[in-house]
Ligand binder design. Structure first.
Ligand SMILES: Nc1ncnc2c1ncn2[C@@H]1O[C@H](COP(=O)(O)OP(=O)(O)OP(=O)(O)O)[C@@H](O)[C@H]1O
Ligand code: SF4
Ligand SMILES: [Mg+2]
Length: 361
């Protein structure tokens, strides 16, 4: 959870459901999730053995390049991947209940009551032909017993909570009358209308300018405090992870490359792909140190190499890498790389000192 200096507003969930926050059972448990699509070109293994847990009030960041399976993983566990060519296996439990493969109606109820989704493009969630007040109120009425007037009053409150000025007037405006950042605030209001236990946000700030991005992240943190929600935030940006997340899952080619507490992953990253994402590890053969992007291009999902999927882009690969590495590690910090800890520490130190000498020169 992001540290915030702003005061925490009154929280409904805090007072209604004290037992939940005391519980130690994870809110969401994903175990060996695999999602594949049968396509003309072959089988696309979009998610290939993802396991993760989301605790209560925890913010988990899922980070990786385009095509690494971040969205498909989350959409499939919510029952939002319905293609006839898809195969989904594994186990997903929400509050201890198996939810993978539940009938549509039950999944809709979970999505409306307990889990809310925020998409990258607010227009995915908003209909252009209805005013925003109607859309939020409908959402409230669909999942509760509120009257039209009560739903409208709550919708105005929600718009105020997400920082829309003059909400009683703006509630009757249409999505196109809002800026991109304001539209994303409306979508957040809509997501919060069911007081969700879990909020899944898929690149919620990518389409926004830097200042608005920071404001939306701030807003999500503040609201997370007041609603006591857990958040899964999907991003390709380590900056967002460092701002928001308690824990991080780094994904590559549908597989978890590294999982750990944010401070561990950012301070002591263990996987060469994470080093690349952090942009702080120059190529070993470079004489001059400089911050680099990850060499090569993301792997084609139709042509994932045998062994370590990151192998073709990895400067440190060696013989063992022709076998697929499993996640291993201590405590909550795990990575899927054959290098041993001593080698990783040595590489990191070498790089840090070369960055230091470059900065000094
Ligand atoms: N319906 C589908 N049929 C075939 N392949 C698909 C389908 N949906 C997704 N994929 C493939 O699954 C892989 C993972 O896609 P996903 O959208 O999860 O990536 P992502 O990590 O969210 O990327 P981005 O950052 O671009 O949003 C990609 O290679 C994508 O092309
Ligand atoms: S397993 Fe080998 S190829 Fe893969 S990241 Fe580690 S060193 Fe690189
Ligand atoms: Mg995506």
């Amino acid at each position: 959870m992001r540290s915030s200096t702003s005061s925490t507003p009154f929280s409904i969930r805090e007072f209604d459901l004290p037992d939940e926050t005391a519980s130690t059972q994870p809110l969401l448990e994903v175990d060996d999730l695999r999602v594949s699509f049968a396509t003309r070109g072959g089988v696309v293994q979009a998610v290939d053995g993802l396991s993760l847990q989301v605790g209560r009030r925890e913010v988990v960041g899922i980070v990786g390049e385009s095509g690494s399976g971040k969205s498909v993983a989350m959409y499939s566990l919510l029952g939002l991947v319905r293609d006839s060519n898809v195969t989904i296996t594994g186990r997903v439990r929400f509050e201890g209940r198996d939810i993978l493969g539940l009938p549509d109606q039950e999944m809709r109820s979970i999505r409306g009551h307990d889990i809310a989704m925020i998409f990258q493009d607010p227009m995915t969630a908003l209909t252009p032909v209805y005013n925003v007040g109607w859309q939020i109120a409908e959402q409230i009425r669909a999942h509760g017993t509120a009257t039209k007037q009560q739903a409208r009053t709550r919708a105005i409150e929600l718009l105020g909570e997400v920082g829309i000025p003059d909400p009683a007037r703006r509630i009757d405006q249409y999505p196109h009358e809002f800026s991109g950042g304001m539209r994303q605030r409306v979508v957040i209001a809509m997501a919060l209308s069911c007081n969700p236990k879990l909020l899944i946000a898929d690149e919620p700030t990518t389409a926004l300018d830097v200042t608005t991005q920071a404001q939306i992240l701030d807003l999500m943190s503040t609201l997370q405090d007041s609603y006591n929600s857990s958040i899964v935030i999907i991003t390709h940006d380590m900056g967002v992870i460092s701002e928001m997340a308690d824990r991080v899952v780094v994904m590559y080619a549908g597989r978890p490359a590294e999982i750990g507490a944010k401070r561990d992953v950012i301070r002591s990253p263990r996987h060469p792909y994470t080093w690349g994402l952090l942009g702080a590890v120059p190529r070993v053969e470079s004489k001059r140190s400089r911050l680099v992007t990850i060499p090569g291009t993301p792997v084609s999902p139709l042509d994932v190499p045998a062994g370590c999927a990151f192998g073709p882009r990895c400067d440190y690969r060696f013989d063992a890498c022709s076998e697929r590495p499993a996640l291993r590690g201590d405590g909550g910090h795990q990575d899927a790389c054959w290098l041993d800890e001593r080698q990783k520490v040595a590489i990191r130190q070498r790089v840090e000192s070369s960055i230091g000498s470059e900065n000094a020169s």
